[in-house]
Design a protein around this ligand. Structure first.
Ligand SMILES: Cc1cc2nc3c(=O)[nH]c(=O)nc-3n(C[C@H](O)[C@H](O)[C@H](O)COP(=O)(O)OP(=O)(O)OC[C@H]3O[C@@H](n4cnc5c(N)ncnc54)[C@H](O)[C@@H]3O)c2cc1C
Length: 396
C-alpha cells in the first residue's frame, strides 16, 4: 500500500513520529525542515487528543531556565507563524499574563522575573500596592506579589498543530491520520525498527519518536521501557462575562489554584492549576465538566475579581494530562534510536513549537546538553526537577 510521496520508499522512513498532537507535529515540522525523511502517524485526526482540548495559554513565565528559553522560542515562532508555516494562522493572540502569588513566593517570583527579563521575556514584578494601581479590579486579598509577562497570550491549539503538520508535509514529511501504531519491534544493531500500523502496513524506521501523550507509556513497553507517567483528568469551564467588562488578558491565581483566559469567541475559560486525581484508563473517563467543578472555579474568580459576580456558566469539558512525577516533560532515548517526548504535565502546548527543534536534534543525534535534565532516567537517579510554585507545579 502506497503511503508516501513519489520517490520515497513507502515501506520505510528515517524517522517515524507516533502521535499527531502538537508535540508530534512540531517535531515532524522541525525534522522535515532539516531535510529528514519523516512519517507522522496519528490514530485519530491531528490534535484529536488532549491537544485539541487545550486551553493553549502561551507564556514564557517559567522557573526552569531551559523551558523558559524554549517557551520564549515558541512564542517567537507563534509570532511569525504565518511566515514560517506557509501563510497558515495559529490564532495567536498576545494579551499579557498576570500571575498572582501569595507572600511565600515573593523572593522566587522576583528572581524568576529578573531571569526572564534578562532573556527577553519582559516580566514586571508588582507588589500589592502596584498591583492595585495597575489592575484595580483584582482584589489583593491573600496576595504578596504579582508578575506581569507582557508577551503572554493564547493560540488556537488545532490550527497550530495542523499548521505545523501541513507545513511539515510541504517540506516532504508524510502524514497518516486515522491510523494507529499497533506494534513496535526494536531493531538491534544496524537493523531498522519495525512499526506496524492498524491497516497492516509495516514501516521500517531508523529512528522512532513516541509523542503519544497519555498513550506513550503503553507504547514504550513495546521496547521494554517503563516510563513513570500517570494520567489525570483535567477540566475547563467556560463563562460569559454576564454584562461585566471583559478581563482582556490571561491571569493565574496561584493562591486559589486556577488560571483564566479570554476566549477569541467571547467570554472566558478557566481551569485548575493544581493536581487532580489520577485515572487508570485514558479511554474511559468523564469528558463532561461537573456542576461542582464549575461552581468551584466561578467562586474563585469572583473572589479575585468581584465585579465578575454575574458571570454565566456556558459549559466546559474535561480531557487528560500525561503527568510526570516532577511535572516537567520527559524527553530522551528509551531504547537505542527510540525516543520519547511526553509527560508534559498540562503545560506542554506552548512549549511544543520551540521544543520540537530540540527534540528533532535529539532524535538526529545532536541534542542540546540542557535537554539531558529531562531524561526519563532522572527519577531512578533521584534527580527530579523543581517546577513552578508549591502545588502549582504546572507553572514549570
Ligand atoms: C484541558 C487542558 C488544558 C490545557 N491547557 C494548556 C495551556 O493553557 N497551555 C499549555 O501550554 N498547555 C496546556 N495543556 C497541555 C497541553 O495541551 C499538552 O501538554 C499538549 O497538548 C500535549 O501534546 P502532545 O502532542 O504531547 O500529546 P497529545 O495531545 O496527547 O497527542 C498525542 C496523540 O497521539 C495519538 N496516539 C495515541 N496513541 C497512538 C497510536 N498508538 N498510534 C498513533 N497515534 C496515537 C493520540 O490520538 C493523540 O492525538 C492543557 C491540556 C488540557 C487537557
Amino acid at each position: 500500500m502506497a503511503v508516501g510521496l513519489a520517490g520515497r520508499d513507502p515501506s520505510g522512513a528515517e524517522v517515524v513520529v507516533i502521535g499527531g498532537g502538537v508535540h508530534g507535529a512540531a517535531a515532524a515540522f522541525h525534522l522535515a525542515e532539516r531535510g529528514v525523511d519523516v512519517l507522522l502517524v496519528e490514530r485519530d485526526e491531528l490534535a484529536g487528543g488532549p491537544t485539541g482540548r487545550s486551553s493553549a495559554i502561551c507564556r514564557a513565565y517559567y522557573t526552569n531556565p531551559f523551558l523558559a528559553r524554549v517557551a520564549r522560542e515558541s512564542l517567537d515562532l507563534l509570532g511569525s507563524f504565518s511566515e514560517r508555516m506557509g501563510g497558515r494562522d495559529a490564532g495567536h493572540v498576545i494579551t499579557g499574563g498576570l500571575f498572582l502569588h501569595g507572600p511565600e513566593d515573593v523572593s522566587a517570583v522576583t528572581e524568576a522575573a529578573r531571569a526572564l527579563t534578562a532573556i527577553g521575556t519582559t516580566t514586571d514584578v508588582l507588589d500589592v500596592a502596584a498591583l492595585s494601581d495597575a489592575f484595580p479590579r483584582f482584589s489583593p486579598d491573600g496576595l504578596g506579589i504579582a508578575a506581569h509577562e507582557h508577551g503572554a497570550g493564547y493560540a488556537d491549539p488545532v490550527a497550530t498543530t495542523v499548521g505545523l503538520a501541513h507545513r511539515a508535509r510541504e517540506l516532504g514529511a508524510r502524514l497518516r491520520q486515522y491510523t494507529a501504531v499497533t506494534r513496535l519491534e526494536e531493531g538491534r544493531g544496524e537493523r531498522p525498527h519495525r512499526v506496524t500500523l492498524s491497516d497492516g502496513v509495516v514501516i521500517e524506521a531508523q529512528r522512532i519518536l513516541l509523542a503519544a501523550g497519555p498513550w506513550t507509556g503503553a507504547l514504550a513497553r513495546h521496547v521494554g521501557a517503563e516510563l513513570p507517567l500517570t494520567i489525570e483528568r483535567h477540566f475547563v469551564a467556560t463563562f460569559a462575562w454576564g454584562g461585566a467588562t471583559a478581563v482582556p488578558h490571561v491571569f493565574a491565581d496561584v493562591t486559589q489554584g486556577y488560571y483564566a483566559k479570554p476566549e477569541a469567541s467571547g467570554g472566558f475559560l478557566c481551569g485548575p492549576l493544581t493536581p487532580e486525581p489520577e485515572i487508570d484508563d485514558p479511554e474511559a473517563f468523564e469528558q463532561r465538566i461537573l456542576d461542582a467543578e464549575v461552581e468551584h472555579l466561578a467562586a474563585g474568580i469572583v473572589r479575585r475579581v468581584p465585579d465578575l459576580e454575574r458571570i454565566a456558566p456556558r459549559g466546559g469539558w474535561a480531557s487528560l494530562y500525561d503527568v510526570s512525577p516532577d511535572w516537567q516533560p520527559v524527553i530522551g532515548e528509551i531504547a537505542p534510536r527510540v525516543f520519547v517526548d511526553a509527560g508534559t504535565s498540562g503545560h506542554g502546548f506552548k512549549l511544543a513549537p520551540g521544543l520540537g527543534r530540540e527534540v528533532a536534534a535529539l532524535v538526529m543525534g545532536s541534542p542540546d546538553p540542557g535537554l539531558s535534565d529531562f531524561a526519563p532516567g532522572r527519577f531512578a537517579a533521584d534527580a527530579p526537577l523543581t517546577a513552578g510554585y508549591g502545588q502549582s507545579r504546572i507553572l514549570g
